[in-house]
Design a protein. Structure first.
Length: 178
């Protein structure tokens, strides 16, 4: 089901970009936006984990660097019959954990230093089990594509507004009437 959701999101992203391109500059810009949307879809698919990890300044760790965290993730991956994801730690005072990546073979599970400090072993295992469930059900790609879609909508609106040469009230009314 999540693969279907991801495909629908990618199609909506492409359709939105083509519509904005066509409205802002006719068929030529619609074609440009089609190419841009395909590039964005490919980029979001292949590099989503890297982008998210860089955004949070996450540092990948080895078993030697974070044995408890690494071992919990390894045990959960084995129980779920998943490949071992990469493990990362984020220096942050906010307790949080997440999973990212395009599929289970390219997943990353990350936790903040604050989360690691405040939870005992069993609590941490519960939080990480939740994140591994996202990996198993491929929620991580769907979320990454949704985030890319939000970014592209914002980007496309700024580009269309810049090239429209109209004041914001009329431009917004025209966009709503599409």
């Amino acid at each position: 089901m999540n693969l279907f959701k991801t495909i629908v999101l990618m199609a909506l992203l492409s359709g939105l970009m083509i519509a904005v391109g066509g409205a802002a500059g006719g068929p030529r810009w619609a074609t440009v936006m089609l190419i841009a949307s395909l590039a964005m879809d490919g980029f979001a698919y292949w590099f989503s984990a890297s982008i998210v990890l860089r955004m949070y300044h996450a540092q990948e760790v080895t078993r030697e660097e974070a044995p408890e965290l690494y071992d919990i993730v390894a045990q959960l991956a084995e129980r779920a019959e998943l490949p071992m994801p990469r493990v990362a730690i984020i220096e942050s005072d906010m307790p949080n954990a997440f999973a990212t990546g395009r599929n289970p073979s390219h997943a990353v599970v990350a936790a903040t230093t604050r989360l690691l400090d405040i939870l005992d072993h069993d609590e941490l295992a519960g939080v990480l089990a939740h994140e591994m469930t996202h990996v198993k059900h491929r929620d991580i790609l769907t979320a990454s594509i949704a985030a890319a879609m939000a970014s592209v909508i914002s980007w496309a609106a700024h580009i269309a507004f810049f090239f429209s040469g109209r004041d914001s009230d009329n431009w917004l009314k025209d966009l709503v009437l599409l």
